[in-house]
Structures are given as structure tokens and as C-alpha cells.
Design a protein around this ligand. Sequence first.
Ligand code: TAP
Length: 514
Amino acid sequence: MLMEFKNEALVNFSLPENKAAMEQALAQVATEKGKHYPLVIGGKKINTEANITSLNPSNFKEVIGTTARANVELAEQAVQNALEAFADWQYVSPKERARYLFKTAAVMRRKKFEFSAWMVEEAGKNWVEADADTAEAIDFLEYYGRQMLKYAAGMPVAPFVGEENECFYIPLGVGLIVPPWNFPLAILTGMTAAAIVAGNTVIMKPASTTPVIAAKLMELWEEVSLPPGVVNFLPGSGSAIGDYLVGHPKIRFINFTGSKEVGLHINQLAAKVAPGQKWIKRVIAEMGGKDAIIVDSEADIEDAANGIVTSAFGFQGQKCSACSRAIVVKDVYDELVAKVVAKTKALKLGPACDHTVNLGPVIDKNAYTKILEYIEIGKSEGRVVAGGSKGMETGYFIEPTVIADVDPKARIAQEEIFGPVVAIIKADNFDQAIDIANDTEYGLTGAVYSKNRVKLEKARREFHVGNLYLNRKCTGALVGVQPFGGFNMSGTDSKAGGADYLLLFMQAKSVAEK
Ligand code: TAP
């Protein structure tokens, strides 16, 4: 019998021993900075002439590490190696495959502080956010391992008289894993683990801004002796090798998480059938959001203000689930705005390695420029009541920014900014607030603060998002408890961390014997 799944506990950094462990991990990581990581194809390490350089966003100078950079020829080599590995891996028992995930989780748990320290340095996550990322990666490994054991038993079917009937799950083939940079460990680990435990082999193409953390995950797959070619590590720019791999006739599925624009591009390209291709490619695409928190006239305003600030500014607002619109019923509007402003102004901005900071830097120069442009647009679309400019110029720092009196149709209320900016919108009543919340092309997360049961029920029915939070902040998803995925242009609603996620990487074969 399977033991119950338990989520990884988060580290309490107020305990001196944990603080010391994290500082030690940061010191350890400092000794490894600047190291080079090769491609890994079919178990072989390959260096290239061109490299990817990863810089620390807290000071934009320090080199975190470099990785080799794949081109189309190496991408082809990776596909061939993944195909070869699939010939055996598909027949490795699900129990054995799950065991690799459990082993990986155990080693990651042992090196937990180290993984978090890499994220502090490479992604600019503060300690708490980095720890949550590592914990989620461990959860994914253990949860998908356990789920696979359940599926391995087959699907119960009522037998037809005089026949034996079975339905069982088999893998798809070779897949491409394309993650974003913002959960560089958790999302990449989860997307890869689900695919391989289901019996597929993959090409893991990391985001070009966080390739070192991905290289650390690759080292872990090697450390647990995952057979060569099951995971092939292929850093390279999405535009240079992405289209080639997505369009490749031997690629059976693409597991993508990232922006709406790239997600749509991949969906369109994958729909074309290349010469020699024998299947319709399966695309799993989780994309952006424009998430709203609704504050009703009957809400606990203190609670709602805390929820908005935590959700909008956690990891500098660089989460698909971050609150980027607060829609507030007019009766409580002024009170709510005042509280959000006071709490925002109390936040501390600084280098991510400093454990006292709430907000670190944004990821890179492109993000920095784009977010500051949106703040400028916001100045003409509303009233800046907190923040509104860049922070210290020693890194990519931007002040947490609150813009009030924003029209629901304004650009900053419709477009994903992916930075520390929240637009506050006034609604006449709760019904109108729901209409405004639903009126974007996205549908990822949403939250409602209200003590009125009838309004909460209306939100359950009519607030059209993949993940709805009632009287709690709209961010985060607990593996095994809150399956995560969006509606509309937020994605294909894959519900990562949910009971059905593994089915996306398998096909069901029904057998009847008389
Ligand atoms: P993107 O710019 O879309 O990049 C995502 C990945 O796609 C990267 O690995 C990128 O590689 C790759 N890519 C780019 N062009 C490609 C192509 N033509 N073919 C194949 N791959 C290609 O997103 P991002 O900036 O990393 O992440 C932020 C976005 O992700 C936000 O919109 C956020 O909302 C979304 N997100 C969504 C979720 C969920 S669960 N819905 C979770 C996290 C993040 P390069 O880095 O080499 O360009």
C-alpha cells in the first residue's frame, strides 16, 4: 500500500541553525561561481564554441556560470539519442522509474540549501522564495513518483462477459521540455519528472536566463544514475533551436511553460505535420496571466491588503500567479488603497542574498526595461500612489509600484507586466467586479475577499480562472492539493501537481481477449 504523500516542509529562517545553513550554502555556491557546464547528450558531455553566460541580476556583473550553447546539429543529435534511449526506457518498470524520482528527491532534500542558494544568486529570489521553489521541486518528484505507481496498476474496467478486458497506460515517445526562468528548479523538475516517470525520454532545453540551475538539476539526474539519453540537457536559445525541435517529426510532445506569445507560436508550429511524422503532436502549454484579487465591501480589509501586497510583490511580481489587478468595491476603496500603500512602502528592496530583503532584482535587462516602460504608461493611465521608479542602480531593482484609479481597459490592466506593479481598479459593486476580473484574455488565478457566502458562491460559479482562491492570497499552488493551470490564453489547463497530470504524457491502450 502507498504511504500518504506529504508536502516538503518550508525552512524557518528565523531559526539560527537554518540561517547559518543558508549562509554556508551561499558561501559554498560562491566558490563554484563562474564554472562551465557542457551539454549532455546520450550521457556524453559536449562543449561548443559559443556559450551562454548567466549573470547575477542583483549586481548584473558577476558571472554565475556559463553553459555550452546548442545549435541545430546538436539538437538533431539530442533527438536521435533520446529516441535510442526510449527503445529501452519505455519498458523499464514504472516502479523502477518512480524509484529514480524518489532517489532524486532524497538527494535534492539533502542539498536543499545549496539549490536554494543557486536560485538566490542566479534568479534573484529572496531566501524564502528560493526555498519554496526547492520544496516544490521535491514535492513534484515524490508526487509524480507515487502517481505513477498508481497508474502502473492499470485502470479498473468492468469485464465483458466471456472476455478479459484491460486498459493500461503506455508512454508517448520523445518529448521536448521548455520551461520558463521564474521557477527555474520547481517547474523544470516537475515538467521533466512527469514526462520521464511515464516512460518517455526528453530533451530538456532550459531558459537561457537560468541555465546554471538547470545544469545543477542535470547533475542530479546523473548522480542518481538515470540511464543515458533519458534526459538530454540542451541549453540553447529558444529562437535558434526551439523551432527546429518543435517542428521535428520525431518529437511526440512538447511540454511548455512560458509566455502567451511563445506558447501560441509553439502551438501553431506543432500543428503542422512534417514529412515522416506519424502522429499529431501533443502540446501542453501553460502561459501568462493577468490575475485579479477582488475586494468586496464585506471583506476583511486588513487581510485583503496583506493578500494583495504578498501576491503582487512576492519574487518582484514575476510569477504567473501574481496579483496584478486589485478590483475593489467603491465603499471600501479608499481604506484598501491606503492600507496597500502603507504596506508596500514598508517593503525592503535589495540584493537577494541579503536575508532581510522582501524584494530582490528583476531577472534581466529586458525585463527591467519593459517593466519601467509599463510604469511610464501607468503614469498616464492612473495615479501612482507607491513606488513608480527604479531602485538602486547597482542591479535590476525596481520599486514595488501601486497605481490607483486605473480603467479596466487600460493597458496596465490588460497586459501581463510580469514585474512589481499592481493596478487598482474601482468597481461599483461585486457583480461588476466579477465582470471586470473576467474581462482579459487570460484566466489563470484569481481571488476574492468577502465574508458574504452568496458572493463567494457567485465567484465559484462565475469567476473564470483555473485557480480560484477565496479569502486567501492568489498565489502559489500546493502539489497534490491545488493542481495548477489556466483557462483561456493562460494555457491548456494542464493542472500540474494534480492527479491527472501524468495522463498527459501517456496514451491508454485498451485490450480485450476472448
Ligand atoms: P518565454 O519568453 O515565453 O520563454 C519560455 C521558454 O520558451 C524559454 O525556455 C525560452 O527559451 C523558450 N522559447 C523561446 N522561443 C522559443 C521557440 N521559438 N521555440 C521553443 N522554445 C522557445 O517566457 P519566460 O520569460 O521564460 O517566462 C515568463 C512567462 O512564463 C510569463 O508569461 C509567465 O506568466 C509564464 N509562466 C507561466 C506559468 C504557468 S504555470 N502558467 C508558470 C511560470 C511562468 P530562451 O530563454 O532561450 O528564449
